[in-house]
Design a protein around this ligand. Sequence first.
Ligand code: VGL
Ligand code: ZN
Length: 202
Amino acid sequence: MKALIVVDIQNDFCEGGSLAVKDAHQIIDIANNMIKYFNQNNFLVVATKDWHPSTHKSFASNSNGTIGEVGTLNGLLQVWWPDHCIENTYGSEFHPDLAEIKTIIYKGTDLEIDSYSGFFDNGKLKETNLLKILKENSVTELFILGLATDYCVKYTVLDALELGFDVNVVSNGCKGVNLSPNDSDNAFLEMQNKGAKIIEWK
Ligand code: VGL
Ligand code: ZN
């Protein structure tokens, strides 16, 4: 069984959002096209949502940090982010042009720890429902796209590989933050080196 995982296509990561990823809107047609194809073939479609309380400590504003710089949060390296994807706000809603997805995984809900991967938080202390849902549906092969290549897409892909899934990363369906200019290119290389197949959806 195949599954599509649509990562964090939320308003705050798109143009005009507080943590806008350059050219994010360019992936929405590809995402919608894949959602339609997966639905038509009775494959599974899952979306993740970055979903933070306003007090989340990954926010520079809550941790005396400088946006884009790296500090530590409960013993883990942490990039300080602008406030983003606050639960139940416009910024955390899916982009209005994204096709409907029924199964949604929420992550980043614990204010003490960030969570880039759709499977686990950054310390692998807690797990979301994603693995359980994939197992219940006998999924073995994943297609992953979304935002951002160098954070939530990358860590979702690396965890999926460690968990034993066959992973396809849809390169034309991903855009990155690029705090450093090569971050997304390096992320694709790392995902590929660890066993992901980098594909394009036409
Ligand atoms: C993300 C930074 C902070 C992402 C989430 O979705 O890639 N990046 N929170
Ligand atoms: Zn976040």
